[in-house]
Design a protein around this ligand. Structure first.
Ligand code: EPZ
Length: 412
Protein backbone atom coordinates (compact mmCIF):
# COMPACT_ATOMS: atom_id res chain seq x y z
CA UNK A 1 0.00 0.00 0.00
CA UNK A 2 1.36 3.45 -0.89
CA UNK A 3 0.58 7.15 -0.51
CA UNK A 4 0.75 9.47 -3.53
CA UNK A 5 1.56 12.85 -2.01
CA UNK A 6 1.30 16.19 -3.80
CA UNK A 7 3.81 18.12 -1.69
CA UNK A 8 4.43 21.83 -1.17
CA UNK A 9 0.99 22.59 0.28
CA UNK A 10 0.86 24.63 3.49
CA UNK A 11 -1.18 22.70 6.10
CA UNK A 12 -3.88 24.80 7.76
CA UNK A 13 -6.74 23.99 10.11
CA UNK A 14 -7.56 22.09 13.28
CA UNK A 15 -6.90 18.40 13.96
CA UNK A 16 -7.79 16.24 16.97
CA UNK A 17 -5.58 13.61 18.59
CA UNK A 18 -6.89 10.18 19.67
CA UNK A 19 -5.78 7.60 22.24
CA UNK A 20 -2.16 6.53 22.51
CA UNK A 21 -1.17 3.20 20.91
CA UNK A 22 1.51 2.49 23.51
CA UNK A 23 -0.90 3.24 26.35
CA UNK A 24 -3.74 1.11 24.95
CA UNK A 25 -1.39 -1.86 24.39
CA UNK A 26 -0.09 -1.74 27.98
CA UNK A 27 -3.62 -1.47 29.45
CA UNK A 28 -4.88 -4.34 27.26
CA UNK A 29 -1.96 -6.45 28.49
CA UNK A 30 -2.84 -5.63 32.10
CA UNK A 31 -6.51 -6.61 31.55
CA UNK A 32 -5.38 -10.25 31.94
CA UNK A 33 -4.80 -9.56 35.65
CA UNK A 34 -8.52 -9.67 36.58
CA UNK A 35 -11.63 -11.75 35.86
CA UNK A 36 -13.70 -8.57 36.05
CA UNK A 37 -14.37 -6.18 33.17
CA UNK A 38 -11.74 -3.69 32.08
CA UNK A 39 -13.38 -0.83 30.14
CA UNK A 40 -11.01 1.31 28.07
CA UNK A 41 -12.28 4.58 26.58
CA UNK A 42 -10.49 6.53 23.81
CA UNK A 43 -8.95 3.29 22.54
CA UNK A 44 -7.48 3.99 19.07
CA UNK A 45 -8.76 1.87 16.17
CA UNK A 46 -5.34 0.94 14.73
CA UNK A 47 -3.97 -2.42 13.60
CA UNK A 48 -1.63 -2.93 16.58
CA UNK A 49 -4.62 -2.59 18.92
CA UNK A 50 -6.82 -4.84 16.76
CA UNK A 51 -4.08 -7.49 16.75
CA UNK A 52 -3.63 -7.19 20.53
CA UNK A 53 -7.40 -7.67 20.92
CA UNK A 54 -7.26 -10.69 18.59
CA UNK A 55 -4.43 -12.15 20.68
CA UNK A 56 -6.46 -11.81 23.90
CA UNK A 57 -9.54 -13.31 22.19
CA UNK A 58 -7.55 -16.28 20.85
CA UNK A 59 -6.29 -16.94 24.39
CA UNK A 60 -9.84 -16.95 25.78
CA UNK A 61 -10.73 -13.39 26.80
CA UNK A 62 -13.96 -11.78 25.59
CA UNK A 63 -13.20 -8.43 23.99
CA UNK A 64 -15.83 -6.08 22.51
CA UNK A 65 -15.32 -2.72 20.80
CA UNK A 66 -18.13 -0.16 20.61
CA UNK A 67 -16.73 2.97 18.96
CA UNK A 68 -13.66 4.04 20.91
CA UNK A 69 -14.59 1.95 23.97
CA UNK A 70 -13.09 -1.51 24.31
CA UNK A 71 -14.31 -3.87 27.05
CA UNK A 72 -12.23 -6.88 28.06
CA UNK A 73 -13.85 -9.57 30.21
CA UNK A 74 -13.50 -13.20 31.16
CA UNK A 75 -10.36 -15.24 31.72
CA UNK A 76 -7.64 -16.86 29.66
CA UNK A 77 -8.45 -20.43 28.61
CA UNK A 78 -4.91 -20.86 27.29
CA UNK A 79 -1.57 -19.42 28.37
CA UNK A 80 0.04 -20.26 25.04
CA UNK A 81 0.12 -17.18 22.83
CA UNK A 82 -0.51 -18.21 19.21
CA UNK A 83 2.59 -17.45 17.11
CA UNK A 84 0.49 -16.33 14.14
CA UNK A 85 -0.78 -13.29 16.07
CA UNK A 86 1.90 -12.77 18.75
CA UNK A 87 4.52 -12.09 16.09
CA UNK A 88 2.35 -9.48 14.35
CA UNK A 89 3.24 -6.80 16.88
CA UNK A 90 5.87 -6.06 19.54
CA UNK A 91 3.09 -5.10 21.92
CA UNK A 92 2.16 -8.79 22.31
CA UNK A 93 5.07 -9.01 24.76
CA UNK A 94 2.96 -6.94 27.15
CA UNK A 95 0.88 -9.95 28.20
CA UNK A 96 3.99 -11.58 29.71
CA UNK A 97 3.97 -10.08 33.22
CA UNK A 98 0.21 -10.11 33.70
CA UNK A 99 -0.22 -13.72 32.52
CA UNK A 100 2.57 -14.98 34.78
CA UNK A 101 1.09 -13.00 37.70
CA UNK A 102 -2.44 -14.36 37.25
CA UNK A 103 -1.90 -17.83 35.74
CA UNK A 104 1.68 -18.58 36.89
CA UNK A 105 2.72 -19.73 33.43
CA UNK A 106 2.98 -18.57 29.80
CA UNK A 107 4.42 -19.71 26.47
CA UNK A 108 5.09 -16.61 24.39
CA UNK A 109 6.63 -16.51 20.89
CA UNK A 110 9.05 -13.59 21.09
CA UNK A 111 8.17 -10.90 18.51
CA UNK A 112 11.85 -10.74 17.64
CA UNK A 113 13.69 -7.82 16.16
CA UNK A 114 12.29 -5.29 13.73
CA UNK A 115 13.59 -2.59 11.40
CA UNK A 116 14.72 -0.37 14.26
CA UNK A 117 16.72 -2.91 16.19
CA UNK A 118 17.17 -6.34 17.77
CA UNK A 119 14.88 -5.41 20.66
CA UNK A 120 15.87 -8.20 23.06
CA UNK A 121 13.85 -8.93 26.21
CA UNK A 122 16.67 -9.72 28.63
CA UNK A 123 15.52 -7.10 31.16
CA UNK A 124 11.95 -8.49 31.16
CA UNK A 125 13.24 -12.04 31.70
CA UNK A 126 15.95 -11.30 34.26
CA UNK A 127 13.38 -9.31 36.23
CA UNK A 128 10.96 -12.25 36.24
CA UNK A 129 13.78 -14.54 37.39
CA UNK A 130 14.47 -12.09 40.24
CA UNK A 131 10.82 -12.60 41.24
CA UNK A 132 11.44 -16.33 41.45
CA UNK A 133 9.78 -17.20 38.16
CA UNK A 134 11.34 -20.04 36.15
CA UNK A 135 12.22 -18.73 32.66
CA UNK A 136 13.08 -20.93 29.71
CA UNK A 137 14.23 -18.67 26.89
CA UNK A 138 14.46 -20.76 23.76
CA UNK A 139 15.29 -17.87 21.44
CA UNK A 140 12.08 -17.51 19.48
CA UNK A 141 9.89 -18.70 22.32
CA UNK A 142 9.93 -17.94 26.03
CA UNK A 143 8.20 -20.16 28.62
CA UNK A 144 7.72 -19.03 32.19
CA UNK A 145 6.42 -20.96 35.17
CA UNK A 146 5.96 -20.16 38.84
CA UNK A 147 4.33 -17.78 41.31
CA UNK A 148 6.10 -14.39 41.48
CA UNK A 149 7.51 -13.62 44.93
CA UNK A 150 8.22 -10.01 45.90
CA UNK A 151 11.85 -8.94 45.45
CA UNK A 152 14.05 -5.93 44.80
CA UNK A 153 15.15 -5.48 41.19
CA UNK A 154 17.01 -2.67 39.41
CA UNK A 155 16.47 -2.46 35.65
CA UNK A 156 19.80 -2.05 33.87
CA UNK A 157 18.04 0.33 31.48
CA UNK A 158 14.75 2.19 31.96
CA UNK A 159 12.96 -0.06 29.44
CA UNK A 160 9.29 0.89 28.89
CA UNK A 161 8.07 -2.64 28.17
CA UNK A 162 10.15 -4.26 30.89
CA UNK A 163 8.84 -1.76 33.46
CA UNK A 164 5.26 -2.52 32.36
CA UNK A 165 5.73 -6.29 32.43
CA UNK A 166 7.57 -6.38 35.76
CA UNK A 167 5.04 -4.06 37.36
CA UNK A 168 2.22 -6.39 36.27
CA UNK A 169 4.16 -9.38 37.61
CA UNK A 170 4.57 -7.68 41.02
CA UNK A 171 1.00 -6.53 41.72
CA UNK A 172 -0.20 -10.10 42.50
CA UNK A 173 3.17 -11.37 43.79
CA UNK A 174 3.59 -12.74 47.30
CA UNK A 175 5.02 -9.92 49.41
CA UNK A 176 6.67 -6.61 48.65
CA UNK A 177 8.73 -5.62 45.58
CA UNK A 178 10.88 -2.62 44.82
CA UNK A 179 11.58 -1.94 41.12
CA UNK A 180 14.21 0.75 40.46
CA UNK A 181 15.39 2.59 37.36
CA UNK A 182 11.86 2.18 35.96
CA UNK A 183 10.67 4.00 32.86
CA UNK A 184 8.50 7.07 33.60
CA UNK A 185 6.88 7.55 30.18
CA UNK A 186 3.26 8.83 30.38
CA UNK A 187 2.05 5.46 29.10
CA UNK A 188 3.78 3.73 32.01
CA UNK A 189 2.23 6.19 34.49
CA UNK A 190 -1.22 5.54 32.98
CA UNK A 191 -0.71 1.80 33.56
CA UNK A 192 0.30 2.47 37.18
CA UNK A 193 -2.84 4.57 37.65
CA UNK A 194 -5.14 1.91 36.19
CA UNK A 195 -3.55 -0.84 38.29
CA UNK A 196 -4.19 1.24 41.44
CA UNK A 197 -7.81 1.65 40.31
CA UNK A 198 -7.93 -2.15 40.04
CA UNK A 199 -6.82 -2.42 43.68
CA UNK A 200 -3.06 -2.75 43.29
CA UNK A 201 -0.84 -1.30 46.01
CA UNK A 202 1.80 0.82 44.24
CA UNK A 203 3.87 3.67 45.69
CA UNK A 204 6.10 6.02 43.65
CA UNK A 205 3.69 6.49 40.72
CA UNK A 206 5.47 8.45 37.98
CA UNK A 207 8.88 8.00 39.58
CA UNK A 208 11.70 5.63 38.63
CA UNK A 209 11.33 3.73 41.94
CA UNK A 210 8.15 1.69 42.38
CA UNK A 211 7.26 -0.03 45.64
CA UNK A 212 4.56 -2.67 45.19
CA UNK A 213 2.82 -4.74 47.86
CA UNK A 214 1.25 -7.81 46.25
CA UNK A 215 -2.50 -8.41 46.75
CA UNK A 216 -4.55 -11.59 46.31
CA UNK A 217 -6.74 -10.37 43.49
CA UNK A 218 -7.52 -7.30 41.38
CA UNK A 219 -10.99 -6.07 40.40
CA UNK A 220 -12.14 -4.41 37.19
CA UNK A 221 -11.71 -0.76 36.25
CA UNK A 222 -12.87 1.83 33.75
CA UNK A 223 -10.02 3.94 32.31
CA UNK A 224 -9.48 6.48 29.55
CA UNK A 225 -6.46 5.94 27.30
CA UNK A 226 -4.23 9.04 27.36
CA UNK A 227 -3.85 11.10 24.15
CA UNK A 228 -1.09 9.96 21.80
CA UNK A 229 1.84 12.31 22.33
CA UNK A 230 3.69 11.05 19.26
CA UNK A 231 0.66 11.55 16.99
CA UNK A 232 0.24 15.11 18.34
CA UNK A 233 3.92 15.84 17.72
CA UNK A 234 3.73 14.26 14.26
CA UNK A 235 0.91 16.62 13.25
CA UNK A 236 2.84 19.62 14.56
CA UNK A 237 5.92 18.47 12.63
CA UNK A 238 3.85 18.19 9.43
CA UNK A 239 2.76 21.82 9.89
CA UNK A 240 6.36 22.90 10.58
CA UNK A 241 7.63 21.12 7.45
CA UNK A 242 5.04 22.81 5.22
CA UNK A 243 5.27 26.26 6.90
CA UNK A 244 1.63 25.77 7.83
CA UNK A 245 -0.62 26.97 10.62
CA UNK A 246 -2.59 24.35 12.60
CA UNK A 247 -4.16 23.72 16.00
CA UNK A 248 -3.71 20.24 17.48
CA UNK A 249 -6.54 19.54 19.94
CA UNK A 250 -7.40 16.78 22.43
CA UNK A 251 -3.73 16.42 23.35
CA UNK A 252 -1.64 16.51 26.53
CA UNK A 253 1.06 19.15 25.80
CA UNK A 254 3.18 18.31 28.84
CA UNK A 255 3.62 14.76 27.49
CA UNK A 256 5.65 16.02 24.53
CA UNK A 257 7.32 19.07 26.06
CA UNK A 258 10.78 18.14 24.79
CA UNK A 259 9.54 18.28 21.20
CA UNK A 260 7.41 21.38 21.75
CA UNK A 261 10.40 23.22 23.18
CA UNK A 262 12.26 22.50 19.96
CA UNK A 263 9.39 23.94 17.93
CA UNK A 264 8.94 26.95 20.28
CA UNK A 265 12.57 27.95 19.68
CA UNK A 266 11.98 28.17 15.93
CA UNK A 267 8.31 28.89 15.30
CA UNK A 268 5.41 30.77 16.83
CA UNK A 269 3.83 28.15 19.12
CA UNK A 270 1.01 28.71 21.62
CA UNK A 271 0.36 26.02 24.24
CA UNK A 272 -2.98 25.63 26.05
CA UNK A 273 -4.26 22.94 28.43
CA UNK A 274 -5.26 20.43 25.72
CA UNK A 275 -4.30 22.24 22.51
CA UNK A 276 -1.08 23.34 20.81
CA UNK A 277 -1.13 25.88 17.97
CA UNK A 278 1.77 26.39 15.59
CA UNK A 279 2.25 29.09 12.97
CA UNK A 280 5.35 28.23 10.94
CA UNK A 281 6.23 31.31 8.94
CA UNK A 282 9.91 30.89 8.19
CA UNK A 283 12.01 27.78 7.60
CA UNK A 284 14.52 27.50 10.49
CA UNK A 285 18.26 27.32 9.90
CA UNK A 286 18.55 23.81 11.33
CA UNK A 287 17.53 22.34 14.71
CA UNK A 288 20.83 22.29 16.57
CA UNK A 289 21.84 19.05 18.30
CA UNK A 290 19.11 16.59 19.27
CA UNK A 291 19.78 13.59 21.53
CA UNK A 292 17.14 10.93 22.13
CA UNK A 293 16.72 9.57 25.66
CA UNK A 294 14.07 8.13 27.97
CA UNK A 295 11.21 10.39 29.09
CA UNK A 296 11.02 13.31 29.74
CA UNK A 297 13.90 13.96 27.33
CA UNK A 298 13.61 13.88 23.54
CA UNK A 299 11.67 10.73 22.52
CA UNK A 300 13.22 8.23 20.13
CA UNK A 301 9.80 7.88 18.48
CA UNK A 302 10.14 11.47 17.23
CA UNK A 303 13.65 10.96 15.88
CA UNK A 304 12.77 9.99 12.30
CA UNK A 305 10.21 12.78 12.19
CA UNK A 306 12.70 15.42 13.29
CA UNK A 307 15.23 13.95 10.83
CA UNK A 308 12.81 14.94 8.06
CA UNK A 309 12.29 18.38 9.56
CA UNK A 310 16.05 18.83 9.64
CA UNK A 311 16.39 17.63 6.04
CA UNK A 312 14.03 20.32 4.73
CA UNK A 313 15.32 23.12 7.01
CA UNK A 314 17.81 25.81 5.97
CA UNK A 315 20.72 24.82 8.18
CA UNK A 316 22.62 22.13 10.10
CA UNK A 317 21.22 19.60 12.58
CA UNK A 318 22.97 16.78 14.44
CA UNK A 319 20.77 13.92 15.70
CA UNK A 320 22.06 11.33 18.17
CA UNK A 321 19.89 8.17 18.53
CA UNK A 322 20.65 6.49 21.86
CA UNK A 323 17.82 3.98 22.24
CA UNK A 324 17.66 1.88 19.09
CA UNK A 325 20.73 0.73 17.23
CA UNK A 326 19.18 0.84 13.76
CA UNK A 327 16.77 3.74 13.70
CA UNK A 328 18.71 6.23 11.53
CA UNK A 329 20.15 4.52 8.46
CA UNK A 330 17.02 3.54 6.56
CA UNK A 331 15.34 6.95 6.58
CA UNK A 332 18.63 8.74 5.88
CA UNK A 333 18.95 6.68 2.70
CA UNK A 334 15.33 7.25 1.68
CA UNK A 335 15.57 10.99 2.34
CA UNK A 336 18.71 11.22 0.20
CA UNK A 337 16.51 10.14 -2.74
CA UNK A 338 14.68 13.45 -2.14
CA UNK A 339 17.95 15.35 -2.26
CA UNK A 340 18.53 15.40 1.50
CA UNK A 341 22.12 15.88 2.69
CA UNK A 342 22.30 13.35 5.55
CA UNK A 343 25.35 11.41 6.67
CA UNK A 344 25.11 8.73 9.38
CA UNK A 345 28.10 7.56 11.39
CA UNK A 346 27.39 5.06 14.17
CA UNK A 347 24.36 6.48 16.01
CA UNK A 348 24.79 10.08 14.84
CA UNK A 349 23.20 11.71 11.80
CA UNK A 350 24.53 15.02 10.49
CA UNK A 351 22.03 16.87 8.31
CA UNK A 352 22.50 19.96 6.12
CA UNK A 353 18.97 21.02 5.32
CA UNK A 354 17.93 22.12 1.84
CA UNK A 355 14.87 22.19 -0.41
CA UNK A 356 13.75 18.60 -1.02
CA UNK A 357 12.38 17.34 -4.29
CA UNK A 358 9.71 14.68 -4.74
CA UNK A 359 10.74 11.05 -5.13
CA UNK A 360 9.62 7.46 -4.55
CA UNK A 361 10.57 6.27 -1.07
CA UNK A 362 9.70 3.29 1.12
CA UNK A 363 8.86 3.07 4.82
CA UNK A 364 10.42 0.32 6.95
CA UNK A 365 8.75 1.06 10.27
CA UNK A 366 5.93 3.04 11.81
CA UNK A 367 7.58 6.30 12.83
CA UNK A 368 10.05 6.16 9.94
CA UNK A 369 7.05 6.06 7.62
CA UNK A 370 5.58 9.12 9.30
CA UNK A 371 8.91 10.88 8.82
CA UNK A 372 9.01 10.09 5.10
CA UNK A 373 5.44 11.33 4.66
CA UNK A 374 6.39 14.60 6.35
CA UNK A 375 9.35 15.02 3.98
CA UNK A 376 7.05 14.30 1.01
CA UNK A 377 4.58 16.93 2.25
CA UNK A 378 7.43 19.46 2.25
CA UNK A 379 8.82 18.53 -1.18
CA UNK A 380 7.39 20.21 -4.27
CA UNK A 381 5.72 17.79 -6.68
CA UNK A 382 4.32 14.27 -6.38
CA UNK A 383 6.10 11.75 -4.16
CA UNK A 384 5.27 8.09 -3.56
CA UNK A 385 5.69 6.66 -0.06
CA UNK A 386 5.44 2.87 -0.12
CA UNK A 387 5.15 0.53 2.86
CA UNK A 388 2.44 2.60 4.54
CA UNK A 389 0.91 -0.53 6.09
CA UNK A 390 3.40 0.28 8.85
CA UNK A 391 1.59 3.60 9.30
CA UNK A 392 -1.74 1.90 9.96
CA UNK A 393 -0.17 0.14 12.95
CA UNK A 394 -0.08 3.41 14.90
CA UNK A 395 -1.95 6.18 13.09
CA UNK A 396 -5.73 6.34 12.57
CA UNK A 397 -6.52 7.29 8.94
CA UNK A 398 -3.25 9.22 8.61
CA UNK A 399 -3.91 10.26 4.99
CA UNK A 400 -7.47 11.38 5.72
CA UNK A 401 -6.44 13.31 8.81
CA UNK A 402 -3.68 15.16 6.94
CA UNK A 403 -6.02 15.82 3.98
CA UNK A 404 -8.43 17.45 6.44
CA UNK A 405 -5.81 20.16 7.07
CA UNK A 406 -4.84 20.70 3.45
CA UNK A 407 -2.59 17.84 2.39
CA UNK A 408 -3.22 16.13 -0.95
CA UNK A 409 -2.69 12.42 -0.36
CA UNK A 410 -4.11 9.57 -2.43
CA UNK A 411 -3.95 6.03 -1.06
CA UNK A 412 -3.05 3.44 -3.74
C1 EPZ B 1 8.34 1.03 23.74
O1 EPZ B 1 9.05 -0.03 23.15
C2 EPZ B 1 7.44 1.58 22.65
N1 EPZ B 1 6.51 0.53 22.22
C3 EPZ B 1 8.29 2.07 21.48
O2 EPZ B 1 7.43 2.64 20.52
C4 EPZ B 1 9.26 3.14 21.97
O3 EPZ B 1 10.11 3.51 20.91
C5 EPZ B 1 10.11 2.58 23.12
O4 EPZ B 1 9.23 2.09 24.17
C6 EPZ B 1 11.03 3.61 23.73
O5 EPZ B 1 10.28 4.70 24.20
C7 EPZ B 1 5.45 0.23 23.00
O6 EPZ B 1 5.24 0.81 24.05
C8 EPZ B 1 4.54 -0.85 22.49
P1 EPZ B 1 12.26 -0.23 25.45
P2 EPZ B 1 9.93 -1.02 24.08
O7 EPZ B 1 12.12 -1.53 26.12
O8 EPZ B 1 9.24 -1.22 25.39
C9 EPZ B 1 16.50 -2.13 24.74
C10 EPZ B 1 6.44 2.87 18.42
O9 EPZ B 1 6.77 3.21 17.30
N2 EPZ B 1 16.02 -3.24 25.58
O10 EPZ B 1 12.17 1.04 26.26
O11 EPZ B 1 10.27 -2.20 23.29
C11 EPZ B 1 15.77 -2.08 23.41
O12 EPZ B 1 16.37 -2.98 22.49
C12 EPZ B 1 7.34 1.99 19.26
O13 EPZ B 1 5.36 3.22 18.98
C13 EPZ B 1 16.91 -4.28 25.90
O14 EPZ B 1 18.07 -4.27 25.50
O15 EPZ B 1 11.21 -0.11 24.28
C14 EPZ B 1 15.93 -0.65 22.99
O16 EPZ B 1 17.21 -0.49 22.40
C15 EPZ B 1 8.68 1.80 18.57
N3 EPZ B 1 16.46 -5.32 26.65
C16 EPZ B 1 15.90 0.11 24.33
O17 EPZ B 1 16.17 -0.87 25.35
C17 EPZ B 1 15.16 -5.38 27.12
O18 EPZ B 1 14.82 -6.35 27.83
C18 EPZ B 1 14.54 0.75 24.60
O19 EPZ B 1 13.61 -0.28 24.60
C19 EPZ B 1 14.28 -4.34 26.78
C20 EPZ B 1 14.73 -3.27 26.01
Amino acid sequence: MAYLINGGKRLKGEIAVYGAKNCALALLGASVLTNDDIVLHNCPDISDVSNMILLLQMMGMTVRRIGDTVTVSGTLTSTCAPKSVATLLRGSALILGSTVAKYHQIALPLPGGCAIGARPMDIHLSGLKALGVEVLDAGEMVSCKGVPVGAEYKLRFASVGATENLLCACVLAKGESILSNCATEPEVVALEQMLVQMGAKIEGIGSPILKIVGVDRLHGAEFTVIPDRIVAATYLAAAAATLGEIAVTNCCPQHFAAFSELLCSRFSVRIFSDTVCINAVKNPDGYGTITTAPYPLFPTDMQSIVLSLAACSDGKTVICENLFENRLEHNALQLSKMGAQVTVKDNIATVFGRKLYSASVCAADLRGGAGLIIAALAAEGQSVVDGVEHINRGYVDFAGMLDSIGAEITVV
